[in-house]
Design a protein around this ligand. Structure first.
Ligand code: GUN
Length: 287
């Protein structure tokens, strides 16, 4: 069997078109366009690319986008003050602080300073907690994008064995909560997992979010399984590659996401969806 490729780029374009239509409607109704502030501290090259992609996507759908770039010497107090200002700014519906932050800044403190209704990353403990009790408000973007993509391809989740490799706050944990909401039987693997190959081979759906190139071998994949590769790893030759050994896995899977062009564009689509939802929430509460 050769897997069908899940085209995340195409699904993300459909999402962006829907959002652009909503923005056009808002303009017709003389409503504010949604506003997103993206903060980048320091000069991490990968973060610079991600932030540029987010800004370009905002412009495509007609959002107001505020891009704030500060040197690595920016202090934690300065960042917290900046967040306080954006929390109070009525033109801003969403605030995103690109991670990772320099070592002298406490990332969790920063995340918790963002007003939960403007936390379009969905990382605030309030938003994670809401997801955990099946009452999501702002849903973390990458796991949400994975769910949107599976839905777009009509892939059923209820009752399936889902194995997630990676337990990060950004992907693994919220992905498990998303899958649980859809009534999957969920396994989360991490560095203390005893037999990773065995856990992967039991899965109907595999979500790899490790951050190590091609560490999930094709031979571990159950024939017919769905393989979602969240990893974006840059190799020494400059190429991007996922966490899954794509060439071998695609010969066993029924569906598989490529890297690039799979999960990555869906993360941005979810961010824009969250920003639109935040604006709709703020319509009701006048910010
Ligand atoms: N760094 C890697 N992924 C993300 C993300 O989804 N949001 C933010 N803010 N930083 C990240």
């Amino acid at each position: 069997m050769t897997a069908q490729i899940i085209d995340g780029k195409a699904v993300s374009i459909q999402c962006l078109e829907r959002i652009a239509q909503e923005v056009a409607k808002r303009k017709e109704n003389h409503q504010r366009v949604p506003g997103l502030a993206v903060i980048l501290i320091g000069d991490n090259p990968a973060s610079q690319v991600y932030v540029r992609n987010k800004k370009n996507a905002c412009e495509k759908v007609g959002f107001y986008s505020l891009s704030i770039e500060k040197p690595a010497s920016f202090t934690e107090d300065e960042l917290l003050t900046l967040i306080d200002e954006l929390n109070e700014n009525p033109e801003i519906d969403g605030i995103l602080v690109q991670l990772p932050l320099p070592d002298h800044i406490d990332g969790q403190k920063v995340i918790e300073r963002i007003r939960p209704d403007k936390d379009v990353d969905g990382f605030h403990p309030y938003n994670i907690g809401r997801l955990a009790v099946k009452m999501p408000l702002m849903r973390p973007c990458t796991p949400k994008g994975v769910m949107t993509m599976l839905d777009a391809y009509g892939i059923d989740i209820k009752g399936k064995n889902v194995t997630i490799i990676g337990q990060s706050n950004i992907v693994g944990r919220p992905q498990a909560l998303e899958m649980l909401m859809k009534r999957a039987t969920v396994t989360i693997c991490h560095t203390a997992t005893r037999d990773l190959a065995e856990e992967v081979s039991r899965a109907d759906i595999v979500v790899a979010a490790v951050g190590r190139p091609a560490c999930i071998q094709g031979a571990w994949i159950k024939p017919g399984a769905v393989v979602i590769d969240v990893g974006i790893n840059r190799l020494e030759n400059g190429c991007l590659c996922g966490d899954v050994d794509f060439e071998t896995a695609k010969e066993r899977a029924s569906y598989i996401t490529p890297v690039p062009g799979g999960v990555g564009p869906m993360t941005i689509a979810s961010l824009l969806e969250n920003t639109l939802e935040a604006a709709q929430l703020h319509d009701k509460t006048s910010n």
